[in-house]
Ligand binder design. Structure first.
Ligand code: AMP
Ligand code: ZN
Length: 460
């Protein structure tokens, strides 16, 4: 079956046709590095990772670009308020540059824990100031730009298809939303800054000379400038979370297509939110769970990765500790099914399962369907070696670490003591203590199972 992807632009699931046969250029919006990312953000990055892995499994050669937003993303979506980087710097008593480095590293570490592959080189906005200025110049020459007190703005009324990504039926809502905090000098509520001046009398930590005066780029311009530099004026796929549809991506399209007169990205794919307590997980709403918090509760980041696959990427997903426990059990069962047998020939025993797995991926990245194919195979009567071969291929896409063998470290006296204490707690029927010791052991890399012959332990 051909690969079909849901395109936000056409609002339909379309057959994917790359610009160059066999190759895919893809741009994914990256983090704003002023704070830690939460597991909601990582839901989007897991979706993008699995998209790329699927494209590779299906035989495409993929060039993926991702930015690091280290300047210009303001606290309000409407080009008002302070730069998040400078806010982060003030909060922590560091420079904006130190903040950027620290949180970029935190992001890289979390991605490694979640088995999210990233391009070798991430593109920092502050390394591409000239490219952004060149694009603003082009837009200025084409008459899209006007100047007001605090900077240069893109005139959205001049761009014929403004708001196409949200759909005509939502355009009114977009305008209404933009009006809330609108700068009265703007010509239209949806107009957005491409270059902002440093506030009068203040020296920002991050600011640059420009033909228009000292300042810094607007948030959206970085993605347009960097995507075009590395992927060309038109490329195949652009991704991000659904919150980017009405503003960030809508504005990326306006300024990119305004500058080139050509389509920017052919396919726009958006991942739905991770919810906590019925609301979007966000820093502001307090429900903020980090990868580290998962580990502290004995949830492997890869268990969370499994959890992400239990819902389609275009459906909202709840974050609940209980469902993470069940994802953890499921992943462990898959790991057990993969362990201890030599890999045999995949075909023909698992060929049907492999086909079902690929079919699910080709159907707009249906990960719950792909997981169902995996379980069908695991529960089937095909020989263990063939199952293992199937799981090896599937895990190239799933990235669940099904074959990662943990080093068999020698048991330290401290760990031995914990194991003994737990065995005693169980014998004494002190289940509260035995559960908390189980948790402590797990954080330290040891899993305990209770069987008829008593407690057994193994390395995670
Ligand atoms: P930011 O650092 O705020 O630019 O966000 C990074 C990425 O995470 C963007 O693609 C957002 O769309 C996405 N994102 C933010 N919150 C959530 C959430 N609760 N669930 C899923 N994705 C999210
Ligand atoms: Zn972006």
């Amino acid at each position: 079956m051909p690969l079909r992807l849901f395109n936000t632009l056409t609002r339909s699931k379309d057959e994917f046709k790359p610009i160059t046969p066999g190759r895919v250029g893809i741009y994914t919006c990256g983090p704003t590095v002023y704070n830690y990312q939460h597991v909601g953000n990582y839901r989007t990055y897991v979706f993008e990772d699995v998209l790329i892995r699927s494209l590779e499994l299906l035989g495409y050669e993929v060039q993926r670009e991702m930015n690091i937003t280290d300047v210009g993303h303001l606290t309000s979506q409407a080009d008002e308020g302070e730069d998040k980087m400078e806010v982060g710097a003030a909060r922590e008593g560091k420079t904006a540059w130190q903040i950027a480095e620290y949180y970029t590293n935190a992001f890289l570490k979390d991605c490694a824990e979640l088995n999210i592959r990233l391009p070798e080189k991430l593109r920092r906005a502050t390394d591409h100031i000239l490219e952004q200025q060149a694009m603003i110049r082009t837009l200025e020459n084409k008459g899209y730009i006007y100047l007001i007190t605090d900077g240069l703005y893109f005139d959205t009324a001049k761009f014929k298809h403004y708001g196409r990504l949200v759909g005509a039926e939502h355009l009114e809502g977009l305008m209404a939303g933009a009006r809330v905090e609108a700068n009265p000098e703007k010509h239209h509520p949806t107009d957005f800054a491409v270059w902002k001046y440093s506030p009068k009398g203040t020296k920002r930590q991050m600011e640059w000379e420009s033909p228009w005066g000292v300042g810094f780029p607007g948030w959206h311009i970085e993605c347009s400038a960097m995507a075009m530099k590395y992927l060309g004026e038109t490329f195949d796929i652009h991704c991000g979370g659904v919150d980017h549809i009405p503003i960030h991506h809508t504005n990326e399209i306006a300024q990119s297509e305004g500058a080139t007169g050509k389509p920017f990205a052919n396919v726009w794919m958006h991942g739905e939110f991770l919810l906590m307590n019925q609301a979007k997980m966000a820093k502001s709403s307090g429900g903020f769970v980090r990868v580290m918090d998962l580990q502290e509760k004995g949830i492997d980041p890869l268990d969370y990765r499994y959890h992400c696959f239990t819902a389609h990427y275009r459906k909202q997903l709840d974050f609940a500790w209980e469902s993470l426990e069940s994802s953890k059990t499921s992943r462990r069962r898959l790991k057990d099914a993969a362990a201890g047998v030599a890999s045999a020939e995949l075909k023909p025993a698992c060929a049907d399962h492999m086909k079902a797995f690929r079919d699910a991926l080709e159907d707009d990245l249906n990960m719950p369907g792909a997981l169902a194919a995996v379980w069908d195979c695991v529960k089937s009567s095909v020989p263990a070696g063939a199952k293992r071969a199937f799981l090896e291929s599937a895990d190239e896409v799933l990235g669940l670490g099904l074959f990662s063998v943990t080093e068999q470290k020698p048991l330290t006296p401290e760990l031995q003591q914990l194991i003994d204490r737990r065995a005693k707690a169980r014998a004494d029927k002190d289940y509260q203590l035995s559960d908390s010791l189980r948790m402590e052991l797990e954080i330290k890399g040891i899993l305990v199972d209770d069987g008829k012959q008593g407690q057994k332990w193994r390395w995670k």
